[in-house]
Design a protein around this ligand. Structure first.
Ligand code: ATP
Length: 652
């Protein structure tokens, strides 16, 4: 270990007094001496100390003339001379001898004194010297001690430096060791993770190997399956081409069948009669809803056949010739009788085939007949809505009437027929006949003041200055109905809170073309909501001139309608050569269409070329039973009329 010499300096202790050289010498020399030697020396010293006073005494005695007292050797010799006193006495004389002896005695006492003093001094000196020597020794020991301490300290210093360095090195070593250990740990961890990864990989590898084997097997299976499927596909393809050919053949036969269906459908309609009558009895409505008084007794109405629903029996009070009140039953038979619980869908199901005829190119007319409040508008349109603007598809939901259902069905069927090559277009018109005048309900002006003229050309009817709307979807119909309803003339009467005092004619023209068969059709569906059929005295219009005029016009048009139907029946009779079941009032040749605006407007829909349905709406209430009886009789007359064979109208 290298020790820094700079740092190893003797410590700066107190400067120790150096022992006198002679003392050192003495000490050195004394070391090997015995106590006896020391006494001998001290006696020598004493002798020496004693010589000095003697010399001084002799000087004082001689008074300067005396001879110098001999030195050490001389003194020795003096002692020996003293020892030889008697011999001197003899030589010098006695007196003198005494003086000398006195002198000698005093000198001796002085000498003793001096000697004692000198010895004291000597002792003191010796003591001091010993003390000093002790001190020196002590100092030397201290010095030695300090040197040792200094050496120790220096050694310790150097050792501490070395220790520090060692510590540093140790620390560094420890740190490096730790770092290395950490690195080793890390490496070990890495190795471990690599090992586990390797294990996982090898496991995955094994799994993949097995999966691979399985997949290869699957691929082989699939390959063979694909081959099988290829064969199957080829078979299917050849089968498909066969089917396609078969399909084309079937399509052709389907078209033939469709044409046949239309023909047969028409024949069925003919067999049923081209004018048919349905009767619908509405449910008894609670008071307040339609303004009837409370309680509301019901008329005695019976439905006498459950299976066919064709018969209806109304019992009325009658008075016998004897004046007794009896009940008289009136039985009628129609094409169909709907009871009060019949739904709108039930009614439409029976009318659907007739409406279908429009697509086949047959003019069709459905008119609702009945007294005010009997349910004509409800059957044709649906429930009366307080606000015409609120009329939406959702409002119609379950209660939607024949018009919206017919339009929806026509659109749907037209779409279905597209696959058979048919393309259809629709246009609508809504006219009101009020007091024999025509009011365009789709016109621009709120009040239609125009004078409209009706003309018939090539089987088609035209009304001047009226709006015809192209209908792209059934949804547009609701807008149309809403507009029409808002403008419809409604006047309050005693019979209905919003009784319609006009006829409303909704006309839907359907034009179809088949691009494959080159067939065509152009037909019109008329849905007519007739004004209330009640007799003048029942309408409450007797006191009001305007209401009276309304009622007269309504009655006129309705009786004209009856006349036209009767005349058509007579015409049919003369052409068939059969006897009609009803009385024919008009000549077979003449049909009085022009007697009213209504019959003139419906000319092409009421003729022998058209299919007509009369929907008789009946009130179930007792107070309306006589009106109901009149309506039933009128409907029965219509029902027994045969108005010829409908002819298909082809598009121009
Ligand atoms: N089958 C029915 N089911 C439920 N309610 C009906 C039915 N028939 C008619 N009504 C209701 O009876 C009331 C009168 O019906 P509607 O307005 O259709 O009579 P209307 O014969 O058209 O009268 P008007 O000749 O005055 O136009 C209406 O509130 C209608 O909702």
């Amino acid at each position: 270990m290298e020790i820094n010499k700079q740092t190893i300096k003797p410590s700066r202790g107190p400067t120790l007094p150096r022992a006198p050289l002679h003392a050192m010498t003495n000490r050195t020399s004394q070391k090997g001496r015995t106590p006896s030697d020391q006494i001998a020396q001290s006696s020598i010293l004493n002798t020496k100390s004693r010589e000095t006073p003697v010399t001084s005494v002799k000087r004082r005695i001689s008074g300067g003339s005396a001879k110098p007292i001999p030195s050490r050797s001389t003194a020795g010799r003096s002692v020996s001379a003293h020892n030889q006193g008697s011999g001197v006495k003899r030589i010098v004389g006695d007196g003198r001898m005494d003086a000398i002896e006195t002198q000698l005695a005093s000198m001796q006492s002085l000498f003793d004194l001096e000697r004692r003093r000198t010895e004291d001094i000597l002792i003191r000196e010796q003591t001091e010297r010993r003390q000093q020597e002790d001190k020196v020794r002590q100092l030397e020991e201290d010095l030695m001690e300090q040197r040792r301490a200094a050496l120790l300290s220096a050694e310790r210093n150097s050792r501490s430096l070395a220790d520090d360095e060692l510590d540093d090195l140790l620390r560094k070593h420890q740190k490096e060791k730790r770092e290395l250990q950490d690195e080793i740990d890390r490496e070990r961890m890495t190795v471990n993770s690599l090992k586990s990864a390797l294990e996982q990989r090898s496991t995955a590898h094994l799994t993949m190997d097995s999966t691979n084997v399985a997949l290869r097997a699957q691929i082989d299976t699939l390959k063979s399956r694909i081959e099988e499927m290829e064969e199957e596909k080829n078979e299917v393809l050849s089968h498909t081409s066969m089917i396609r050919e078969e399909n084309e053949r079937l399509q052709a036969s389907l078209r033939d069948a469709e044409s046949l269906r239309r023909k047969l459908h028409n024949e069925v309609q003919e067999l049923r009669g081209n004018i048919r009558v349905f009767v619908r009895v509405r449910p008894p409505i609670s008071a307040g809803k339609v303004g009837f008084s409370h309680p509301v007794p019901e008329a005695s109405i019976r439905y006498t056949d459950d299976l066919e629903s064709k018969r209806i029996e109304l019992a009325t009070n009658a008075e016998s010739a004897m004046g007794t009140a009896t009940m008289r039953s009136h039985a009628f038979e129609f094409d169909r009788v709907f009871r009060p619980d019949a739904s709108q869908a039930d009614v439409f199901a029976e009318v659907e085939h007739l409406i279908q005829s429009v697509l086949d190119g047959y003019n069709t007319c459905i008119f609702a007949y009945g007294q005010t409040g009997s349910g004509k508008t409800f059957t044709l349109e649906g429930p009366n809505l307080p606000d015409a603007d609120a009329l939406t598809e959702a409002n119609f939901a379950n209660d939607e009437g024949l018009i919206p259902r017919a339009v929806s069905m026509l659109w749907k069927t037209a779409n279905d027929l597209q696959s058979k090559g048919w393309q259809y277009s629709f246009e609508g018109q809504m006219l009101e006949i009020y007091n024999e005048g025509i009011n365009d309900l789709l016109g621009k002006a709120e009040v239609d003041k125009a004078k409209h003229e009706i003309r018939h050309e090539k089987g088609r009817t035209f009304v001047s200055d009226t709006v015809t709307v192209q209908l792209q979807s059934p949804k547009e119909l609701f807008t149309l109905l809403s507009r029409a309803k808002r403008r419809r003339q409604v006047a309050a009467t005693l019979m209905n809170e919003r009784s319609s005092r006009s006829h409303c004619v909704f006309t839907l023209r359907v034009v179809g073309r088949n691009l494959e068969t080159l067939e065509s059709s152009d037909a019109v569906l008329n849905l007519v909501d007739l004004a209330g059929s009640e007799r003048l005295n029942n309408s409450g219009s007797g006191k009001d001139a305007a209401r009276l005029k309304e009622a007269q016009n309504i009655n006129k048009s309705l009786s004209s309608l009856a006349d036209v139907i009767t005349a058509l029946g007579g015409q049919a009779k003369s052409s068939n050569g059969t006897t009609p079941s009803t009385t024919v009032t008009n000549s077979a040749a003449h049909i009085p269409y022009r007697n009213s605006t209504l019959t003139w407007l419906l000319k092409n829909s009421l003729g022998g070329n058209s299919k007509t349905l009369m929907l008789l709406a009946l009130s179930p209430l007792l107070e309306h039973q006589s009106e109901s009886l009149c309506s039933l009789r009128f409907a029965s007359k219509v029902n027994s009329t045969v108005i010829g064979t409908a002819r298909r109208v082809r598009a121009a």
